[in-house]
Design a protein around this ligand. Structure first.
Ligand SMILES: Nc1nc2c(ncn2[C@@H]2O[C@H](COP(=O)(O)OP(=O)(O)OP(=O)(O)O)[C@@H](O)[C@H]2O)c(=O)[nH]1
Ligand SMILES: [Mg+2]
Length: 222
């Protein structure tokens, strides 16, 4: 048994500018697992000197990092959060508490921008379209496939997750829905990231994410 109640997985690719703030804002009883994906800006060193557990994942990709974090975790509940300071770890109880209370099996944070610049238009459009498809496919009332989420560790492991790229969060959702998990969406504040945009902040990153996700949706027979 872990001495921590919650392990938070932070996939991290060159987030040196965000980590000190982030790791200073962990709720009580939460442990940070920073999964470094070959950062070249000293992210791993910064994370470990701030007291985080650092896991090195050589295989590139958001899913590869997220999954390595899950495999390393030992707490009963595992939460995921981006490491770019767009989301505040102090808000993690919003997604963790319903799981801890046994009221939900998967809680997803719906991103609510704190300023107009937090969320670029192309990313919002892609997300609105995706959410609409997901509601139609699964019947789950979801409006955003956001990066902040929580579930029980054993449950997540039982999903036998395969995606190691940007489809990972979608695979979690689709499998959870197919198994009839109680999925809940809660509002979570979303601020402009610190540092350079990598995935949906760039049009290229968004297109890659759409490609990864479309493949999964097709495989799911939709
Ligand atoms: N380990 C790992 N982490 C990644 C990779 N790509 C992105 N990340 C991390 O995953 C999180 C989400 O990536 P972001 O770059 O914030 O993606 P986004 O929020 O869609 O778009 P932007 O914030 O605009 O870049 C961040 O903590 C990144 O550091 C990757 O290939 N490997
Ligand atoms: Mg981001």
């Amino acid at each position: 048994m872990s001495e921590y109640r919650v392990d938070i997985v932070f996939p991290c690719l060159n987030e040196a500018g965000a980590l000190p703030w982030l790791l200073g804002r962990l709720p009580e009883g939460y442990r940070a697992i920073v999964v470094d994906n070959g950062s070249t800006d000293g992210s791993a060193e910064i994370a470990s000197s701030a007291g985080a557990t650092v896991v090195h994942e050589t295989r590139r990709g958001f899913g590869a990092a997220a999954h390595a974090g899950l495999l390393h975790a030992s707490a009963a509940i595992v939460a995921f959060c981006d490491a770019d300071a767009s989301m505040d770890p102090q808000d993690l109880p919003l997604v963790v508490d319903p799981v801890a209370a046994g009221e939900a099996d998967l809680v997803l944070g719906r991103r609510r921008p704190t300023t107009a610049g937090s969320w670029p238009l192309h990313a919002r459009i892609a997300n609105t379209t995706l959410s609409w498809r997901l509601r139609r496919i699964t019947g789950v009332n979801i409006y955003d496939l956001g990066p902040m989420r929580a579930a029980r560790r054993e449950d997540l492991l039982s999903l036998d997750l395969q995606d190691r790229r940007s489809g990972y969060p979608l695979e979690v959702f689709l499998k959870a829905a197919a198994r009839g998990w109680r999925i809940r969406e809660v509002d979570t504040p979303y601020a402009p990231r610190v540092g350079r945009s990598k995935v949906t902040g760039t049009v290229r990153g968004t297109l890659t994410a759409i490609g990864d996700m479309s493949r999964l949706l097709k495989e799911a027979g939709r």
